[in-house]
Design a protein around this ligand. Sequence first.
Ligand SMILES: Nc1ncnc2c1ncn2[C@@H]1O[C@H](COP(=O)(O)OP(=O)(O)OP(=O)(O)O)[C@@H](O)[C@H]1O
Ligand SMILES: Nc1ccn([C@H]2C[C@H](O)[C@@H](COP(=O)(O)O)O2)c(=O)n1
Ligand SMILES: [Mg+2]
Length: 231
Amino acid sequence: MWRRVASVSHLFSHSKSTKFNQGASTFKIWETFTSESEIPTPSKGSLFVTFVLGGPGSGKGTQCAKIVEAFGFTHVSAGDLLRREIASGSAYGSVILSTIREGKIVPSQVTVELIQKEMESSDNYKFLIDGFPRSEENRKAFEKTIGAEPDVVLFFDCPEQEMVKRVLNRNQGRVDDNIDTIKKRLEIFDELNWPVINYYSQRGKLHKINAVGTVDEIFEKVRPIFAPLSK
Ligand SMILES: Nc1ncnc2c1ncn2[C@@H]1O[C@H](COP(=O)(O)OP(=O)(O)OP(=O)(O)O)[C@@H](O)[C@H]1O
Ligand SMILES: Nc1ccn([C@H]2C[C@H](O)[C@@H](COP(=O)(O)O)O2)c(=O)n1
Ligand SMILES: [Mg+2]
């Protein structure tokens, strides 16, 4: 069933004023569904956020590229933003690098600030936020800072053995693509990401996708979720 809801920005009165939480002006109102099997249809200019969750190597980035191509989203990968921050030699760089090497999660304030900047520098209103939130702390920091909740949450569900195989074959020179770091990342995923997945499942926003199969087979399971959206 359709229902029209107001932006949640007013719930976060102590959040900073941004392009996204000025409720009254920029992203006032958007449509949402109450059912898990249906998704909201954004009107042009309304912020439409999709969180993309899944363990390391589950195929989040790969599927995001296909969603961008088919549905015109802007892809914001939290991991890519953090790696870019390291490469830029910023003050946070060395702490981010050691955190990623250890398979841990970077403090939410740092990650959310990078995501916010990226979203604000885009003219698009449809965003795929990949690899975020990785923890309840991440989730709450996003709500507080951006003043919005996701419209859709994708969860790529993949067996551990398959994720390990994919990551070890990735061959992109990532410092965390080694067996020791992968083990730690999987432990952290189990400990911190499941509460986030359960949170969105309880709110009827979660779309769980079996991430085993070819890239195209998996995308055919993703496509119907966004089919109501035009490019
Ligand atoms: N369905 C698939 N079958 C086989 N290999 C795949 C599939 N999807 C992605 N891959 C490959 O697996 C590796 C990991 O994929 P990807 O980078 O998309 O995962 P990810 O979920 O973004 O991982 P991370 O969280 O570590 O960034 C890549 O080398 C990619 O080409
Ligand atoms: N919300 C996030 C996202 C990523 N990180 C760090 C820790 C991850 O292991 C690493 C790589 O991310 P990926 O490219 O696999 O999405 O980046 C984080 O701390 N918080
Ligand atoms: Mg990725």
